[in-house]
Design a protein around this ligand. Sequence first.
Ligand code: BG6
Length: 509
Amino acid sequence: MSETTIVGESRVNDPVTIVIFGASGDLTHRKLIPALYIAYAKGLLPSAFTIVGFARRDYDDAIFRGMMADSVKEFSRIPTDDETVAHFVEHIHYHKGDISSPATYAELKEKFREEGVYPENRLYYLSIMPSLFETAVDLLKKSGLIAVPGGTHWTRVVIEKPFGKDLESAVALNAGLLRHLDESQIYRIDHYLGKETVQNILSFRFANTIFEPIFNRSFVDHIQITAAETVGMEGARGGYYDENGAIRDMVTNHLLELLCLVAMEPPGDLSAKAVRNEKLKILTAAKLDIRRDISDAVCRGQYGAAVGEDGSQIKGYLEEDRIDPHSQTETFAALRLKIDNWRWAGVPIFLRTGKRMAKKATEISVQFKVPPLQLFQHVECEGDVCDITHIKPNTLIFRIQPDEGIFLKVGTKRPGMRFVVEDVKMDFSYSGTWDKALPEAYERLLLDTLHGDSTLFTRSDEVEAEWRVVQPILDNLDKLEPHTYPPNGWGAPEADHLFHGTGGQWRNE
Ligand code: BG6
């Protein structure tokens, strides 16, 4: 079995202090603290660990512990019991301070002096505005709170996306972080990589022999990756979202990472370096498939208003809270890419993501070519209308979420006197195979940071290569005005034209 898989389940040995910057935020409550609790309850955290919540609010240890206990009880994926929760929160402390103020870091350093409470290995989790990443790292460094790599104790810094707003700012951010940290100390989280089903893409491809030989331009017609969401701008998301939009929020990271996993060459081993090198090669070879105009390769959309089935008003994007009523930010994006390498030359790759779509579904579908001879076409009639039905191409679907699983669509003979071939599904579903709920992405990723395994994190050159893929879109937004699309459908119908000349279409299922 791969080393990465074993690492994720094994106990962390190094004592550690985990400092969460932005501890009063949503991510801490909903994801980070519940994930750490689960690791604790499963006995995976080291015997000596301390969690420090760092934020501006006027809390103290007792108040913060109470809040974190509530978060665990509300959001833990596994059942909680009061005694374990009480023991867990005893490891939590609170540090009130301003991220931009040097005095705060001096106070933190002073706090760390308390004998036996704050182990010297440090994980700094920056769950803060990206504009403050560099400030926090700079002040940590100036206060002597960052260890030299390779020394007796380690320092690791986790940052959340967005890693910049475009190529230029991503390069600047990387340079800023790398002034104070070694690349090996930086963990850029893309939570999609922590999903069990996403990790299974590599296992499925490289632990089986039957699919890999046909994963190439000779057999594959095209690949589609969809991440559809039903949510709009619920909560207070509007401000962040309007600044970013679907391309920056989903395509530049999650969708391109999925593409890497489905398209990359087998790495020589499962080390972080080997896996990330292969991903980088895909990102470097991936380009927008622009034939005459950028609109051949990109479609942007924005959800409009509608009346729900129950007569309720569904707000359009421009009417949502914290959204500029004249905003040109896209809530839907569809792209046609090509990968200029031997394996994938000539195979179109389609990516799409959107808010307020028909259903929540993230999937990768690899559609194979149709057989060279249509032996089994037949006539199918409904009422007065008859159609010639061709057999459908085989499709392999990695269902990332929900209904997690992997399905293969194959043609099979419908029982009866005639040769009528029908599409059926051979499937593997997680829920039908294992009775355990899948771990949350953050559970895996936090443990990996504590183990020092960066395989599932994005390296600086990968991040820059991702921006390079989408930069032509950002440079041509004036030519790509968003089309308004009705909520609860499959996004902007104009995205259909990306398939022009291929004979394919979006899988709206
Ligand atoms: C986040 C985006 O990274 O991923 C959100 O910022 C999006 O806009 C979310 O809703 C989707 O994540 P998941 O795990 O629900 O697919």
